[in-house]
Design a binder for this molecule. Sequence first.
Ligand code: UD1
Length: 363
Amino acid sequence: MTRLLHIVGARPNFMKVAPVLRAGRARPGVEQFLVHTGQHYDAAMSDRFFTDLELPAPDVNLGVGSGSHAVQTARIMTEFEPVLDRLAPDWVVVYGDVNSTMACSLVAAKKGVRVAHVEAGLRSRDRGMPEEINRLVTDVIADLLLTPSRDADANLRAEGIPDAKIRFVGNVMVDTLLALRAKAAASAAPEAHGVAGRPYAFCTFHRPSNVDREDVLGEILGALDDLAATMPVIFAIHPRTRQRIGEFGLERLAARVTLLDPLSYLETISLVDRATLVLTDSGGLQEETTVLGVPCLTARPNTERPVTITEGTNRLIPSRRAGINQAVAEVLARRADGGFQPGRPEGWDGRAGERIIAALVPD
Ligand code: UD1
């Protein structure tokens, strides 16, 4: 019997664990536990994803909540240690690049429990991003590095990680996207928001580098409002962004933009699939738009997901009003020429969850 302990904490983890849990259930000799750290705790950031993704209720919820990076990381570590002792797994499986990923990896590695990192090897080379620190730390201590794309393999090798620890498995989030695309379409979110059959833009922004500074957030909101003069702009707002707009008093800047609370997974995919374009700073949306063939403008100076540019629909743009407006105009012109096609990088095929279980559980 192989005992797996899967760790999730924040919104982007949930769509990654679902296909692995499913593949594990289908494999004899696998026993699985799901630990939720409680990094995200609002119904809109967590519970609704469990419903949409048909995830089982977590076996354990550490209930850590929000805090500074140090406080949140320390709380996760303290709360996770006794759970790890009690469940004594063969593997701790961590996902993505959030604080929960790094915190639980550290606890397991120091106890001599093997760590497998799903979505290993991605690098933005920007240590100003908290996620980049989480990726570096997790990858250096993990025993098995399960990579989503070939650039990730190359990054790990360049950092001196031995080949034996690296396993290319493809992009597990795409498993979820392909499995739920039809169900998402049936949720008819464009109809519910009055944009069905019309051009519209969908956007999300939550990176500290974009939303924690008043001037930068003001530039982004200004550009979204400019675009909203020509087509509906639907902005699904992360709690931290909502908080900052309020603190900085920027509501008026985005007067024409439709501001929505965070949406469920199915609503989001339903809206993205039929959008004219997506504007974002999310990691996941860069990948989802590539697979769906929807143009994506990412307001960041770098990306840890370069295949979304070389093989997909993504483009990096400045977080400045004029630069965003120019990029939007270029996308709309290219779209009118039929210029965007779905991209399908190697291993983005809906079978990554099965390959992850095959890597973890010996035959
Ligand atoms: C975290 C991840 C980020 C990921 C994002 C997706 C880290 C370092 N960052 O960022 O990589 O892209 O999740 O959403 O792990 N809040 C709520 N309700 C919640 C959760 C958070 O209101 O359920 C508010 C709190 O005010 C909190 C703030 O959002 O302080 C930030 O939450 P936090 O978990 O610290 O990071 P995210 O910005 O969500």
